[in-house]
Design a protein around this ligand. Structure first.
Ligand code: HEC
Ligand code: HEC
Ligand code: HEC
Ligand code: HEC
Ligand code: HEC
Ligand code: HEC
Ligand code: HEC
Length: 334
């Protein structure tokens, strides 16, 4: 049913109850989805939904996502409704249903696709989904009457109270996982999101203030200098490392797995080395036992080694106990 027909139906229903004041003349829908647009491709499982509502025409909104329903009981003094939602990998549908006196007055739908570089099934999204960027002056202007859109971080200095980061208000869910990366959890977002591009994303230059130079390895090595020196000194380096795609395996912000790898270590390896699944089960194979709880990295290193097949160093330079570890929330020095 079209929104207009629904409005008419609602009007008819309400006449009987003696409250037939209905604004049928307006052209603009009573609820506008300010963000996100339709058919976009995203890389994270969190997103903001922003609605602008004409509260004379709508008194309740139900926001349906793949994860469930959120209900907003509208307040006539408030026109904007902002909500952080969670998404799942692959296709997602957001359904915004506007009600007046319990009757549906409009329904709008958004389709999104969360892609992942490591899950084979989500690596190649359907072509109708397009990359989209939010942080342009035009888009930010829609928020700045209520939100401070400026960057308020001091280079290399962690926030004592991360909720004071201007980015935190809208993106707080991005670090909500068991293992979080120090610069992200300290809200030093622009240490990576510096607006630069690399050869992989050159075509997006200038589309957002907060792009990341891809491939990301040069970025990672600005801080992980020791790893760079060590891995560079080895004869054998793993292809995804050498090509600079650290973010294929690591999520730069946070994840439920140690070192914020995108999925359990063995599934990461198996994603690209499917044949090893059989080998890991075959009796007498060198990789034997890996599928039954033993991790591939018990014998291999994911990065680089002086031994063939990236077998771990006999006496690992990486685990000699001298590496210092910064507590997660403290001042960072680059
Ligand atoms: C009229 C004021 C107003 C405008 C305009 C506005 N917001 Fe908000 N926003 C708020 C307020 C107030 C909050 C605090 C939470 C609340 O009370 O809803 C908020 C919270 C948020 C949150 C956090 C929601 C959550 O679930 O944690 C996000 C994300 C957000 N806004 C995004 C945006 C974006 C993006 C825009 C621009 C497209 C925007 N807002 C425009 C007032 C506004
Ligand atoms: C008013 C809310 C709001 C604030 C404040 C905000 N963002 Fe965003 N940001 C968004 C929305 C909306 C998107 C689109 C994707 C989404 O919904 O998560 C986005 C997307 C992004 C992206 C992806 C690239 C792009 O342009 O779409 C990056 C990176 C990002 N934000 C970084 C930041 C950083 C860094 C800050 C702080 C300096 C910040 N954001 C502050 C709302 C906000
Ligand atoms: C260590 C580097 C690094 C830090 C620190 C970092 N990011 Fe990111 N971020 C990335 C990379 C790389 C991507 C590209 C997508 C990917 O690899 O998943 C990304 C992607 C994003 C996206 C998703 C864009 C999309 O395409 O959907 C958002 C939103 C975002 N970052 C926000 C933030 C915010 C907010 C902070 C601060 C808390 C932050 N990032 C800190 C490296 C970083
Ligand atoms: C702004 C500096 C900075 C950048 C850029 C940066 N990191 Fe980090 N990273 C840190 C700090 C600080 C720590 C915590 C100290 C430590 O354990 O080494 C850390 C920790 C890590 C850890 C966990 C190490 C451990 O032993 O627990 C991994 C994995 C990691 N970073 C990967 C990356 C990747 C991948 C990139 C690029 C996308 C990157 N980092 C970019 C500063 C940075
Ligand atoms: C093939 C997947 C893969 C790639 C590509 C990758 N990593 Fe890792 N990384 C891992 C795994 C797996 C671990 C160990 C996780 C564990 O111990 O649970 C790890 C651990 C780490 C650690 C902590 C341990 C150590 O060796 O210091 C750092 C730092 C790190 N990675 C940084 C990077 C950087 C920087 C890049 C890109 C130059 C990168 N990684 C590329 C899979 C990968
Ligand atoms: C993003 C895809 C990808 C991931 C994830 C990945 N690899 Fe690889 N790996 C490659 C590519 C590409 C090569 C080089 C091509 C080849 O020789 O097969 C390679 C080569 C190797 C080799 C050497 C093969 C040889 O014959 O020299 C080993 C051993 C290896 N990977 C182990 C691992 C382990 C252990 C993991 C998990 C920590 C892992 N890989 C995760 C893509 C990946
Ligand atoms: C018990 C130690 C051990 C475990 C666990 C292990 N490997 Fe191996 N792997 C080896 C050794 C030793 C070699 C050396 C080549 C040989 O002798 O066949 C090897 C060789 C390889 C090679 C390169 C040779 C080839 O056949 O392409 C790959 C790729 C590989 N392993 C991947 C994996 C993956 C993925 C896992 C986790 C499922 C894993 N390994 C678990 C010991 C192990």
């Amino acid at each position: 049913m079209k929104p207009l027909e629904l409005l008419l139906m609602a009007a008819v229903l309400h006449f009987g109850m003696g409250c037939g004041v209905m604004a049928l003349a307006e052209e603009t829908p009573p609820t506008i989805i300010v963000s996100p647009p339709d058919k976009i491709l995203v890389h994270e499982t969190t997103l903001s939904v922003v609605l602008k509502v004409n509260t004379t025409q709508v008194d309740q909104i139900q926001l349906w996502t793949s994860m469930g329903r959120t209900t907003f009981d509208l307040n006539s003094s408030k026109a904007y409704y902002c909500q952080s939602i969670s998404l799942r990998l692959g296709e997602n549908r957001i359904d915004v249903r506007s009600y007046k006196d319990n009757a549906l007055v409009s329904e709008q739908v958004r389709h999104l696709y969360v892609t992942s570089p490591i899950y084979q099934e989500f690596k190649y999204p359907p072509t109708e989904y397009q990359r989209h960027f939010f942080h342009t002056d035009t888009n930010e202007a829609k928020c700045q009457s209520c939100h401070d859109m400026s960057v308020n971080e001091v280079k290399g200095v962690a926030f004592i109270d991360v909720t004071k980061s201007n980015c935190y208000h809208c993106h707080h869910n991005i670090t909500n996982a068991k293992y979080a990366h120090a610069p992200a959890v300290n809200w030093l977002c622009t240490s990576c999101h510096n607006g630069e591009v690399g050869s992989d994303n050159k075509k997006f230059q200038g589309r957002s203030k907060y792009l990341v130079p891809e491939p990301v390895n040069t970025l990672c090595f600005r801080c992980h200098k020791k790893n760079f020196k060590l891995w560079q000194s080895y004869r054998y380096r793993h292809e995804p490392l050498d090509s600079g795609r650290c973010n294929k395996c690591h999520n730069s912000h946070a994840s439920p797995y140690k070192m914020f790898v995108r999925k359990p270590v063995n599934s990461i390896c198996m994603g690209c080395h499917k044949d090893k699944q059989i080998r890991a089960k075959r009796h007498g194979s060198k990789c034997e036992g890996a599928s039954e709880g033993k991790r591939c990295i018990a014998c291999h290193t994911p990065h680089a080694s002086s031994r063939e097949f990236f077998l771990k160093e006999k006496k690992s330079k990486e685990h000699n106990g001298t590496r210092t570890r910064l507590p997660q929330k403290e001042t960072l020095h680059e």
